[in-house]
Write a protein of this length. Sequence first.
Length: 291
Amino acid sequence: MKFNPTLNLEINDEKFSYRLFDALLHISETWSQREAAKRLGISHAVLNRRIRDAEDKLGFKLVYTTGSGSGLTPQAISILTKYHQYLKRLQERDKPVICSGNISTSLMDVLAHYYGLETVITSTDDLNVIEMAGMGLADVLVLDDPVHAFLHDLDFIPIARDHMVLISGFEGIPQSVEDLEGKKFVEIQHSAQRLAWNTLDQLKIDYEIVEVCNSPHTALKMVTGSDDLHTFLNHSFTSGIVAGSDLLKEDTAHIISMILWNPNPQLESFLEFILGKGQKIVEKCGFDRIE
């Protein structure tokens, strides 16, 4: 089966069907209302009435006429551009889109390369990953923190393991959990860092979060450029880049999870590769095997 989606839009609290936008498109291509009507299979009178009704509701002109033909006003061009932006979201994609968390993005890039999967990979935090899927903008989701999959009741598959390491500024890395008493930290929102904070809270360690950011790259820069800041980053992210401490390794161990949002034979085969031969690649990328 082949699906050709159409789209209706609400503009300034007035609803318009895709027929108006098709009319504007053909007028922009032909510079002729009569030719546009012919392409649409309607009479010139019907097309003209469709345009006039829309102009009356909106309160501004959509089409102007000169001796050489008809064209779209700037407002109509703006409306048509926005319509096409929304319409693209409904159309079938040539390449599957993988939307992944900040940590798992590089892993998915390498796995797709070795498997031979042509894909588009988008990197963001886990909450945005789920939101983009709900908007129909992703075919595969990869979450850095499994808690979001649980909270949204998603059917996920573990594909790798990771843990958090302690990264410190110039004053040096604390040698024990007790040494974290009174220390200042940088927090990364919506990340698996929550496991470290939960552990410190349970141990009644009095620490202070003084900075908040959205990515591990930013947190790393903030900490390594300071005298007294600390943070927890994924082992897979810091491996080979900066020295860290496995002080809370066991307490912060977690899985990287994958959800086939729009499953098809190609993506299902890709998942089988990840869980099989791809586990060697998972290990080379600084993660632990899921086995």
